[in-house]
Design a protein around this ligand. Sequence first.
Ligand code: DAH
Length: 345
Amino acid sequence: MKREDIEKVLAELGELKCKTQKDVEDARVRFLGKKGEITALFDEFRTFDKEMKAEFGRTLNELKQTAQARIEELKATIGEGEVSEGPKHDLTMPGDPLELGSRHPVSIVRQEIVDIFRKFGYDVAEGPEVEDDYHVFEALNFPPNHPARDMQDTFFVSTGHPNPLLLRTHTSSVQVRAMENMHVPIRVICPGRVFRNEAISARAHCIFHQVEGLYIDENVTFADLKQAILLFAREMFGPETEIRMRPSYFPFTEPSAEVDVSCNICHGKGCNICKGTGWLEILGCGMVDPNVLEASGIDSKKYSGFAFGMGLERIAMLKWRVNDLRHYFENDMRFLKEFDTAVEV
Ligand code: DAH
């Protein structure tokens, strides 16, 4: 035996390539089997004298260990019958797609409304959801025993003192805060969440969203209100849209009106969405009552203004023909995914 014999086997081991488990087994037999190359070297070794044994013993043992380790390694990394050289996985493959969420339909509608009124020069104002009686009712001219102040309709947070805390029942409270904090002329819209003590049904929920609008300046008239609502309705529901106003009552506006838009499904002919009338109600509005202006320190002889308020879920229902309000709150992915296309990237 010469050193070169051992080095030759080592080199062969280094170049060893196996594609299948069968190749690995063949390699084991070739090197370590009964008639294997390394076994043959050991057989020869046994015939050596002491001196020679001392010279080759360690190197031969190392060679055997190297061969065993290499065979084990190949066994572990090669699948049954599988062709493999290098890593088992294709590292260049694209990763699993990340599932993206979509914006909630109510958020989409809110953004649309905000964008429309921003174009008209309105700012966005916000106020607290836990409000006091003064901002939700009193400053808005609600008489002390108005039914909205009843526990049946309002969630109270604290009671038993003259100005109890409650969950706001409408975003009109933000118009009071705007009047208190801003200088006239005021042009704001106030989107936000509101709360009412209502039984949940297809048409009502105890939590929903509104957008309030307020414009105060010198010489603001009902004609301005009508024009603003008409422009909004056409931006929101299409250029063909008509509006009609019906007299109504709100404590904080005088005169007050409810606004309908022409049904964008049947175009006025009458269908089951508009219940055969050709019209869909979208908001309440009116000229700000002088009492309301005065309560917030605005001179009602010099200034006048209009206000309006609408429910976001209602607008979203009309826009996408959703017939049950509860869908907006249940977070059913099948429903929410319908609005995927509306995601801004
Ligand atoms: N706050 C009213 C409600 O919750 C909506 C409303 C009606 C707001 C008329 C207004 C308005 O500003 O003028 O039903």
